[in-house]
Design a protein around this ligand. Structure first.
Ligand SMILES: [Zn+2]
Length: 333
């Protein structure tokens, strides 16, 4: 799913469409549209110039002369800009691994659901094979007030860590730290890829409860979020299947990921095999060595009453045997 770095890469790549006029618009899958009917929208857009291409969280925003279009790319959305002289052989190619390798802009096909024809003969195309994307029409420029946008949390790249945490960190929450990172009303733009990468970078187990993450760890985590997002933008986004830059080519960040998509492979830091689990209903990869789930031990060390000993006689016997074995080994090696 395209996250902040992917959408930001698309925004930057769409610079050439700024100040271009929309001569015609086609919307081929009406259920992707929110707030307007397809034929009405096409009529309203005709003649409007694209004044600005913006981003908020994972949303791509086109501010027009009078109105605003907001794109959400869902799981597999692609926004590409096809120049007037796009060659017929500039097209996507599939490799045998199922990973799409792209060269150039995809030709219009059954998955191309919206096309903006611009006055220089170029086209902005919205393509989305799985159709979880959305195109939202907002009359006027007050798109920040749209319910989907107004509920978003701060932009991670702009925020100052200490005041942000003081104002927004839900310190008594028992939810997992990963689910907090994925919550768009906490931080806008972080999804599964960059949440896993930031948790790894800061050495925090994804299942840790929000309330057990120490103030130092929170700071480290937020700094890691900023770092992995900047890194993702620098390498123009992560392509593992469908995400595309506006010129149709793949992002460069996939090879550089430390944990996402690497379950069962050795950790790049310590060579321990990475583990894949499900946290917050999402596939989650972490390193058991670099991201220990140690909060239970810490909580007890900080003075909580000891957990009552409920071990059965058999468990006690086993535990005693283990400790004897260990002391035996220690004495004889
Ligand atoms: Zn490791």
């Amino acid at each position: 799913m395209p996250e902040l770095p992917e959408v930001e890469t698309i925004r930057r790549g769409l610079k050439p469409v700024q100040d271009r006029r929309i001569d015609a618009a086609e919307f081929r899958l009406p259920r992707l549209l929110l707030g307007v009917k397809a034929d009405k929208l096409a009529a309203m857009l005709r003649g409007q110039r694209i004044q600005a291409v913006l981003r908020r969280g994972k949303y791509l925003i086109l501010e027009l002369d009078r109105d605003t279009l907001i794109f959400h790319l869902g799981m597999t959305g692609q926004v590409t800009h096809a120049p007037k002289d796009a060659r017929e052989d500039d097209r996507f190619r599939r490799t045998v691994t199922g990973m799409q390798k792209a060269v150039g802009v995809h030709p219009v096909d059954a998955h191309t659901h919206a096309i903006l024809h611009l006055d220089d003969g170029s086209r902005v195309q919205f393509r989305d094979p799985r159709t979880f994307g959305k195109i939202i029409f907002v009359a006027g420029h007050d798109w920040q007030d749209h319910p989907r946008v107004s509920k978003l949390g701060d932009e991670p790249l702009d925020l100052k860590v200490a005041p942000f945490l003081a104002a927004n960190y839900p310190a008594s929450s028992s939810r997992s730290i990963k689910s907090l990172l994925l919550d768009q009303s906490f931080l806008a733009g972080v999804g599964n890829i960059y949440a896993d990468e930031a948790l790894f970078d800061s050495g925090i187990h994804p299942k840790r409860r929000v309330s057990t993450v120490t103030p130092d760890e929170r700071t480290r985590l937020l700094e890691s979020v900023k770092m992995v997002l900047r890194h993702g933008i620098k390498h123009q986004g992560t392509t593992f299947s469908d995400y595309r830059k506006p010129d149709g080519s793949s992002g460069d960040n996939y090879e550089r990921l430390k944990v996402y998509g690497r379950g069962g492979l050795p950790c790049r830091n310590c060579k321990t095999l990475l583990i894949k689990i499900v946290v917050a209903q999402r596939g989650t990869v972490f390193c058991p060595q670099c991201q220990p789930n140690q909060h239970k031990r810490i909580v007890r060390a900080e003075g909580r009453p000891p957990v009552p000993n409920k071990r059965t006689a058999a468990e006690k016997k086993r535990a005693t045997k283990n400790s004897v074995d260990k002391s035996f080994r220690r004495a004889h090696t």
